[in-house]
Design a protein around this ligand. Sequence first.
Ligand code: HEC
Length: 140
Amino acid sequence: MKSLILFCCTAALLAGCSKSDPHSPSALRQSIFKDMLRTSETLGGMVRGRSAYDPATFQAGADKLKALASAPWSHFPEFEASGPSHASAGQFKAAAQKLETATTQLAAQAEAGASMEDIRPRFTAVEESCAACHRVFRPE
Ligand code: HEC
């Protein structure tokens, strides 16, 4: 019993350590997600007319978001495992893929100099892919 308690404390300590370690998977992915949020907020401001639409700034942001969209997933060791014991890994990867596709399409539209009318639904699709994954996988 004593050793069980000791084990639990050690595990809790280790978990605490990995949280504050800037190179831990959770710290790395959280900093990418923060960058994603900042970038999508800049784009969202233009899409919603809160800031003036500047095509060059929008395009740069859309390219950045596209690059960021593939960055977090290697920092989720818990979803690297596959097979029947980890059914949610496939669902997670599919949700990640949706974001990558949506940001690729948004960046292509921006690159093509599309009008805001055409860009808006693409941006909405990006936001929906963030939300769809968060609903299932992001802890409260
Ligand atoms: C495939 C799943 C998935 C997609 C797609 C996704 N996220 Fe997340 N996101 C997560 C998970 C899981 C967490 C919790 C990570 C953690 O706690 O380590 C998270 C956490 C976050 C956080 C909090 C980071 C922190 O400091 O704790 C932000 C902000 C965020 N996501 C923004 C976004 C934005 C913006 C998009 C879309 C452009 C997006 N996410 C798309 C899964 C996803």
